[in-house]
Design a protein around this ligand. Structure first.
Ligand SMILES: NC(=O)c1ccc[n+]([C@@H]2O[C@H](COP(=O)([O-])OP(=O)(O)OC[C@H]3O[C@@H](n4cnc5c(N)ncnc54)[C@H](O)[C@@H]3O)[C@@H](O)[C@H]2O)c1
Length: 347
C-alpha cells in the first residue's frame, strides 16, 4: 500500500497517524489514533471535501483527540481515533468509484490490526459500513438486522435530551423555551422528544424543507441560525455545525444555558472560559453527544440495549459532576473528569 508522506503536523501527542493515497481510488485517506486503551481506539470515518490533503489529515487528528475525551467522559474502555476520506474536488463519490475508495479504506483499517475500529460519521452511510466490513472486521455500527446498533442518531438525541434536563436542573422542561438549531438526524429527533416533554420550541435549519417538522410540532420557526442562537430563551441546543460559540457571539447570548449535539461548538478552547465568566452554563459537547458512541461501541461486547440505556442515562450524572466543579469552566471540568476516567469500564 502506497504511503504518502504529508506534512500533517503530527506531534508526539498521537500514537499513530497513517496517511495513504488509495491504490484503487487515488483518494487521500487518513487514520489518526490519539490514544489506545487495551490496544483499541474507536471513532467514525468522515467523508468530506478538503482544500488540501494536509487539511484532511489535520481534521482526522483533531477529531481523534476529541474522541479520546468523549470515550473517557462516557466511561468507555476505549481510546480515541478518527478517519477521513478526502472526497474528489466535485464532492461526488458514487458507484464503483465509491466501492474502490471503501475497499482502500477497509485495507487501511485492517492494516492497523484492530488498534483503530471505524464507524459512521458525516458523509458516510450505514451501507458504507457494510461495504467496509467486507475488507476488515474492525467496524462498529452494524445494521440492527445484523445485531448492531444501527443508526446512532436516535441514541445521540436521547443523550442530548438527558443532558438538557440535567442542565435545566430544578427548572422543569415543561414550559421551558428551548431553541433547536439544526433539525437533521439528531436535531429532528431531539425536537420531537422535547416537544413531547412539554418544551416551548423555537427551531431553525438552513434547509427550508425542515419547516414541515416545525409545523408538525407546533414550534416557532426562526429564519436564521444567528438569530436563533441569540434568542431570549431558557436553553439553546446547537445541533448543526460547530464553532458557533466565539468571541463575537458569546457576549451577545441571552439564554443562560447551551446544551446540544453539535461537535466542536467552541471556536477554540478559550471560549470555555469566556462562557464561564459570562455565567452561561455550557454542556460540553463531547459529554452531551456521547449517546451514539455509547451505542456503537457497545457492539464490541455484543450489543445490549439495556446496557446502552444505562450508560446513556449516566450522561446526566456525569454532567452534574461537571457542573459541581464550579471553580473552573465546564470545559476544563469535563476534561479533568475525562482524564480521571481514561480507561473506563469493560462493558
Ligand atoms: N449523528 C450522531 O449520532 C451524532 C453524534 C455526535 C455528534 N453529532 C453532531 O451533531 C450535529 C448534527 O448531526 P446530524 O447527524 O443530525 O447531522 P445532519 O446532517 O443530519 O443534520 C444537520 C442539520 O443541520 C442543518 N444545518 C447545517 N448548517 C446549518 C446552519 N448554519 N444553521 C441551521 N441549520 C444548519 C442541516 O440542514 C441539517 O438539517 C453535528 O455537529 C454532528 O457532528 C452527531
Amino acid at each position: 500500500m502506497a504511503t504518502v508522506e504529508l506534512d500533517s503536523g503530527v506531534t508526539e501527542d498521537y500514537e499513530d497517524v497513517r496517511v495513504i493515497e488509495g491504490p484503487r481510488s487515488g483518494l487521500t485517506m487518513a487514520v489518526a489514533i490519539h490514544r489506545t486503551v487495551d490496544g483499541r481506539s474507536l471513532g467514525g470515518c468522515r467523508m468530506w471535501t478538503y482544500p488540501q490533503a494536509a487539511d484532511a489529515v489535520a481534521d482526522a487528528e483533531r477529531l481523534a483527540r476529541s474522541m479520546t475525551f468523549k470515550a473517557a467522559g462516557a466511561g468507555l474502555r476505549l481510546g480515541g481515533g478518527k478517519a477521513v476520506i478526502a472526497l474528489p474536488r466535485d464532492g461526488v463519490l458514487a458507484g464503483e468509484y465509491r466501492q474502490a475508495a471503501l475497499h482502500d479504506f477497509g485495507d487501511l483499517v485492517e492494516s492497523l490490526e484492530g488498534r483503530y475500529v471505524t464507524a459512521q460519521d458525516v458523509g458516510a452511510t450505514l451501507d458504507d459500513m457494510v461495504e467496509i466490513a467486507r475488507w476488515t472486521d474492525h467496524v462498529a455500527g452494524h445494521p440492527i438486522e445484523e445485531g448492531g446498533a444501527g443508526d446512532p442518531s436516535p441514541y445521540t438525541a436521547e443523550g442530548v435530551e438527558i443532558a438538557i434536563r440535567a442542565s435545566l436542573g430544578p427548572r422543569a422542561l415543561v414550559g421551558a423555551r428551548v431553541v433547536v438549531i439544526g433539525l437533521g438526524h439528531v436535531g429532528g429527533e431531539l425536537a420531537r422528544r422535547l416537544a413531547a416533554g412539554g418544551a416551548r420550541l423555537a427551531v431553525t435549519d438552513v434547509n427550508p424543507a425542515r419547516r414541515a417538522l416545525a409545523d408538525e410540532l407546533g414550534a416557532e420557526w426562526i429564519d436564521d441560525s444567528r438569530t436563533a442562537l441569540l434568542l431570549d430563551a431558557d436553553l439553546i441546543a446547537p445541533c448543526a455545525l460547530g464553532r458557533l460559540l466565539d468571541e463575537e457571539t458569546v457576549p451577545l447570548l441571552k439564554a443562560p444555558i447551551v446544551a446540544g449535539a453539535a461537535n466542536n461548538q467552541l471556536a477554540h478552547d478559550g471560549i470555555g472560559q469566556l462562557l464561564h465568566e459570562r455565567g452561561v452554563l455550557w454542556a460540553p459537547d463531547f459529554v452531551a453527544n456521547a449517546g451514539g458512541l455509547i451505542a456503537v461501541a457497545d457492539e464490541l461486547y455484543g450489543f445490549d440495549r439495556d446496557r446502552v440505556e444505562r450508560k446513556i442515562a449516566a450522561i446526566g450524572s456525569t454532567l452534574e459532576e461537571v457542573y459541581a466543579r464550579t471553580t473552573t469552566s465546564t470545559l476544563t471540568a469535563a476534561k479533568e473528569l475525562a482524564a480521571e476516567r481514561v480507561g473506563g469500564e469493560n462493558a
